[in-house]
Design a protein around this ligand. Structure first.
Ligand code: ATP
Ligand code: MG
Length: 277
């Protein structure tokens, strides 16, 4: 309506036709699109930075805790060694043969403990096949002296795992030790150790033809202090801690362990560890 106050007859109407309105609006705001994109990028970068900072902070805290714990663990052996050394150097202390032996024994023990402590920290890349092969070599003598045989198929193509060598060795040692301890009294021990890759994991199998474990016990053998009742056989000594330790270590290394057994026939322990990427 051009002049709304005019009389009806004279009233003029103006029509506006805007065929490309959408396009026009778009072209007039087009220039702010890069700005929006840029702002988004900045925002994402900002959020990422904040996230990284917090993560880094948490890592630093963990690291500090760890270092504090470690130094604490180191302190005892160091002070014991230094005490022993002081006594050796102290002229007023009489040095009998046995005294010297005692002191050097302390120093040797404590240095060993220190070395263990250091190795404990050192989780590293390890070619597990080689380590297992070494353990088998060590055990061969023991098994063969007991009239048994040991059979190794260390065949996993990929064998790099990220573990602590000492604990890893202990794990395999414990399983093989059990196989010897719980061998069947009526037949020679046949121990089979093998490794393979399944689902890009590293699998270790330790299989024996020993006394086996009943189903109801199988569930509990990884518990601390659990030992299967062997009736009136008391010849096999142990604390029931070996498998609990094994389970702890394997879990800490990001793996898992389970056992399969047939009572009277034998037992197989299967460990699965993540491979190093
Ligand atoms: P430790 O290892 O602390 O000296 P342990 O050998 O008795 O003592 P674990 O290694 O934890 O303790 O084993 C727990 C129980 O599981 C054993 O007492 C035994 O009864 C059973 N067991 C373990 N390995 C085998 C095996 N290879 N064959 C048959 N039984 C087994
Ligand atoms: Mg044991």
């Amino acid at each position: 309506m051009l002049y709304p106050n005019d009389t009806q007859a004279q009233m003029g109407l103006l029509y506006i036709h805007f065929p490309e309105m959408q396009k026009y609006i778009f072209s007039s705001v087009r220039f702010i699109i890069p700005a929006i994109v840029f702002t988004l990028v900045l925002l994402i970068a900002f959020i990422f930075t904040i996230y990284t900072i917090f993560r880094q902070k948490r890592l630093t805290e963990i690291k500090n805790d760890f270092i504090n714990n470690m130094t604490h663990e180191f302190k005892t052996p160091i002070s014991t060694i230094s005490l022993a050394a002081q006594m050796l150097g102290d002229g007023s202390v009489t040095k009998s043969e046995s005294m010297l032996k005692h002191l050097s024994g302390i120093i040797v023990d404590e240095t060993k403990r220190l070395r263990f402590q250091v190795e404990k920290v050192l989780r590293k890349e390890l070619d597990a096949n080689r380590v297992i092969q070494d353990i088998v070599t060590t055990f061969r003598l023991k098994v063969e002296t007991a009239g048994g045989s040991i059979d190794a198929h260390v065949e996993a193509a990929k064998d790099m795992v990220f573990v602590d060598e000492m604990h890893f060795t202990n794990v395999v040692f414990n399983l093989m030790d059990n196989a010897i301890k719980y061998k069947h009294p009526d037949r020679p021990l046949q121990l089979r150790v093998s490794t393979e890759n399944t689902d890009s994991r590293y699998i270790i199998r330790v299989a024996d033809n020993g006394i086996g474990i009943k189903k109801e016990d199988l569930k509990k053998i990884f518990e601390k202090f659990y030992r299967v009742h062997t009736g009136n056989r008391h010849d096999v000594k142990g604390f029931g801690l070996g498998l609990a330790y094994v389970k702890n270590v394997v879990t800490a290394l990001g793996g898992n362990i389970h056992a399969e057994s047939e009572y009277g026939r034998g037992t197989t322990f299967i460990i699965s560890l993540p491979l190093l990427k």
